[in-house]
Ligand binder design. Structure first.
Ligand SMILES: [Zn+2]
Length: 215
């Protein structure tokens, strides 16, 4: 059964902006239904340096961790759950991601958007929405959706955060399918992607923080 995204509730979008949102949704669906995404989740892992032995025979070792941080689920369980579409506030494995989204026209002060654990609604700032590509928006929708499924990451930005489910690098993957950039982003755009992750923390992560305490 293919994974599907339904915009159950949209508020504040003009018809042009709704078109852009539809494009983002189409990209997200394409990515999550792809073999490449499946391979990425099932093969996910990261290297961690650990210290073994006792003094004076201590040594540092690089160990490959074949799992996502901040969840006890295996990679297969994560993959199945991502595609099952069973949101915490809307349970049921129907294979559909139900998205409720409002365009917030206030000054986002360089923040992407925000959400809270006790609502199905997510907010996205219009200045960010207008300045980015549908692939970028797809990445943000997918990230927030992971929170709606109950996955979290640290409140503060740090390098390890990218090894959690919401930071599965689906953004990069999405860009691969975004059309305008067939392969990888240029280094410069990678930099701006990192910057946007960092920006997210200001307000968006306030919502993430609440989500975490709500778990
Ligand atoms: Zn987040």
């Amino acid at each position: 059964m293919a994974f599907k995204v339904t915009l159950t509730d949209t508020s504040g979008f003009s018809s042009t902006e709704l078109d852009k949102l539809d494009q983002a949704v189409a990209i997200w669906e394409r990515v999550w239904n792809s073999d490449e995404f499946k391979a990425r989740v099932l093969g996910f892992g990261f290297n961690q340096t650990i210290t073994t032995g006792t003094w004076p025979f201590r040594k540092k070792e690089n160990r490959f961790c074949p799992y996502f941080r901040m969840t006890s689920e295996t990679r297969i369980q994560v993959y199945n759950n991502l595609l099952a579409g069973s949101e915490r506030l809307n349970p049921g494995d129907n294979g559909v991601a139900d998205i409720s989204i409002t365009l917030d026209k206030r000054d986002g002060k360089s923040v992407i958007g925000y959400t809270y654990a006790n609502t199905r609604m997510q907010w996205i700032y219009s200045d960010w929405f207008r300045s980015v590509t549908p692939a970028d928006i797809a990445g943000n929708l997918a990230h927030e959706y992971c929170h709606k499924l109950g996955y979290s990451h640290e409140f503060n930005y740090n390098a390890l955060r990218s090894f959690t489910v919401p930071y599965i690098r689906m953004s990069l993957n999405i860009i691969r399918f975004g059309g305008s950039r067939p392969l990888m982003r240029s280094e410069a755009s990678l930099g701006s992607l990192r910057k946007s992750f960092r920006r997210e923390k200001t307000a968006n992560e306030r919502g993430c923080g609440r989500l975490k305490t709500g778990l």
